[in-house]
Structures are given as structure tokens and as C-alpha cells.
Design a protein. Structure first.
Length: 341
């Protein structure tokens, strides 16, 4: 089992990931981790911060000569903008952000005390941790990719850009839908025997934890609810040499909370970014008067970046499920068990 946590404030010194449970003997490709961090920074509609940062990870522990030791791996990504103590506070919580509930919960008068940790900048650490998991999965031949399905309802790339430009002009923001696909998965990751072992439940929890993600579906997802069973389920075929196979993948690679050998297809709906340059009205927590919400530097849309975070989150869950099924201690043994399964 892997256990992992992140630490770091958006404008603090750094973002950190601490991952325990990766097997010994895994080659750690630092360039790959940095490529993943760079992918997270891309996308049309990102904010000015992405021009400031050049996210690069330092591996602080858990490796010797670039191979994992089985001990906890700590990854550190410095923040170039580390002005946390100099940034102004605010008392006008942004609708849709963590500000108001966070101020109430932790007894802060200043919304910045919430913003700093609630910021989607935290996903830097998730992508770093996810990159390590991807390296592990790659050893078993399992690959992950993603794509942006839509932004603000537009599926065409040119239309998405136009929509983002229009949102920027209006001081507004957009959300969208992204898809994460994992391929070459073995049959039987996860289990039907207990609710918390179902792989779809574990993936959904991981994906919906991404800031602004409000919905997750697998395969046909919500659309399956409108179909006859005969038109929703994937027929099973068998061929000598090939084994069992399907001609459709409406289930998105999961049946009974387990992988069925088909590509895993998860789709996530992301709400529009909560920081608007032309802010919504809110209530000032000091004066209790109606005021415009606090305006912060932010993204217009970040669906492309969220898709990379989605890959990382899915990679952590799939790594966990593989370790559960094929062993935990060292890569050599895991690969051997994997081949025999
Ligand atoms: C982000 C860093 C943040 C935001 C954005 C994502 O940096 P800053 O606040 O300094 O501009 O650009 O965060 C949000 C949109 C949010 O709502 O928290 C990043 O690294 O991804």
C-alpha cells in the first residue's frame, strides 16, 4: 500500500510530497518528473503565475544512485513566488472558493490564511507524487494519458480558445471536462468484496479531490442511465489465443469494482475557477456589508492542467491496487508475480 501526503502553501517556500510504500529497485527518472510538472503548467487560459514558476523537483530522500530503497520518498518543488508574508490579506470571501467556510472553521479574519493552502498550486505536489507512480506503472507496461474533452461547453479546440479569450475579456472564468485513460491494465485490480476496495470508488474519491472537480464518471457514465441494459453492457467474446475480449467499452474498463482488462476511461467535470477578475458580490466578514469579492491573480481556465493532475491521481490509485495484487517490497518480485498472474 502506498501512503502519501502533500505540504506547502501557494506562496510559501515550496510544495512537498511524501510518499511511502513504493517498492525498492524502481529507477527514478528525474527528467520525467520534471516533464510532468511542466505539463501541469501548460494550457490555454493559465494565469500569470505560470510565467513566474518553472516547477522542478528535488528528490530529498528514499533513493540511492537513482533507485528507490523502499523507504519514504520526499519530493520538494521550490516556489519562486514565496511572498506569503508580504501579500495583503482580504476579508471579502470569493463565492465558490474555500475562503468563507475555511475562515469560519479555522477562526481566521483573513481569507489569505485559507487561500494559501486551498490554492490549486497544491496540485504541483500531487503531480510529483503521481510521476513516481507512473514510473512504477510503466515498469508493468501500464500507461496513462489524458485529454481535454470540453472547455465552457466547447469541444473544438479553436472554439475553446475563443471562449477563453471572451471569458478573459469579461473578467470571467470557465470550467470543462477532461478524460483520463489508463491502458494495458491487468484484470482484477480492486475488488467487489468490500465497498472500500472497489477500484471505481477509490478512483472517484481521488479524482473528485482535485480542486474544482465536481463530478466523475466511468465509461458511458451518466448516459448509461438512459439506456436499456442490452445497449449499455459490453458483450463478452472469446477467441483461442486472444482469450476473452469485448468489442465495446461502455463500462470504461471497470466491472464490479475491478479492472476487466479494457482501457480505464474516467471523465471529470470541473467547475469554473472561483477567482473572477470581475468579481461577484459577497459579504465583507468585518463590516457585514455587500462588497465585491476579493480579486486575486488566477487562471481563466485550467482544464488542461487539471487533466494532468487527474492522470497523477489515477496513477496513485492504480499503483496502490497493483502493489496490493502483485506484492509490495521490491520491483523484481512484483514484476515476476505480475508476469505469472
Ligand atoms: C496555481 C497557482 C496559483 C493560481 C492557481 C493555480 O498561483 P497564484 O495564486 O499565485 O496566481 O494561479 O490557483 C487557483 C486558480 C486557485 O483557485 O487556487 C497553480 O500552480 O496551478
Amino acid at each position: 500500500m502506498i501512503r502519501w501526503l502533500t505540504a506547502g502553501e501557494s506562496h510559501g517556500e515550496c510544495m512537498l510530497a511524501l510518499i511511502e510504500g513504493l517498492p525498492a529497485g524502481l529507477a527514478v527518472d528525474a527528467d520525467f518528473i520534471n516533464q510532468e510538472l511542466s505539463r501541469r503548467q501548460q494550457g490555454y487560459g493559465r494565469g500569470a503565475r505560470m510565467g513566474i514558476e518553472k516547477d522542478t523537483a528535488r528528490i530529498l530522500s528514499g533513493i540511492k544512485n537513482n533507485r528507490t530503497l523502499g523507504s519514504p520518498v520526499a519530493l520538494l518543488v521550490p516556489n519562486r513566488d514565496c511572498s506569503i508574508d508580504d501579500l495583503p490579506g482580504f476579508t471579502a470571501p470569493r463565492p465558490g472558493h474555500a475562503d468563507l467556510a475555511g475562515m469560519h472553521k479555522y477562526d481566521f479574519e483573513d481569507g489569505r490564511c485559507v487561500l494559501e493552502r486551498a490554492s490549486a498550486r497544491e496540485t504541483v505536489a500531487r503531480v510529483a507524487a503521481g510521476a513516481l507512480c507512473k514510473l512504477f506503472l510503466r515498469e508493468l507496461g501500464i500507461t496513462l494519458r489524458s485529454r481535454t474533452v470540453s472547455v465552457g461547453g466547447c469541444t473544438n479546440r479553436a472554439a475553446q480558445r475563443k471562449r477563453i479569450d471572451r471569458a478573459r475579456k469579461k473578467g470571467d472564468t470557465l470550467g470543462g471536462i477532461f478524460e483520463v485513460i489508463a491502458e494495458h491494465l491487468p484484470v482484477g485490480l480492486g475488488s467487489y468484496v468490500q465497498y472500500d476496495r472497489r477500484l471505481d470508488a477509490r478512483l472517484a474519491a481521488a479524482l473528485v479531490s482535485i480542486p474544482a472537480v465536481k463530478g466523475v464518471e466511468f465509461g458511458l457514465g451518466f448516459a448509461a442511465a438512459d439506456r436499456y441494459g442490452s445497449q449499455a453492457h459490453d458483450r463478452i467474446y472469446y477467441q483461442e489465443g486472444r482469450g476473452y475480449y469485448r468489442r465495446t467499452n461502455n463500462a470504461g474498463g471497470l466491472e464490479g469494482g475491478m479492472t476487466n482488462g479494457q482501457p480505464l476511461v474516467c471523465r471529470c467535470a470541473m467547475k469554473p475557477i472561483a477567482t473572477l477578475q470581475k468579481p461577484l458580490p459577497t459579504v465583507d466578514v468585518k463590516s457585514k456589508k455587500t462588497v465585491p469579492a476579493s480579486v486575486q491573480r488566477s487562471d481563466i481556465a485550467a482544464v488542461e492542467a487539471a487533466a494532468v493532475v487527474g492522470e497523477a491521481m489515477a496513477a496513485t490509485v492504480l499503483t496502490d491496487a497493483c502493489l496490493e495484487r502483485f506484492g509490495q517490497d521490491n520491483l523484481k518480485m512484483i514484476k515476476k508475480t505480475f508476469r505469472q498472474a
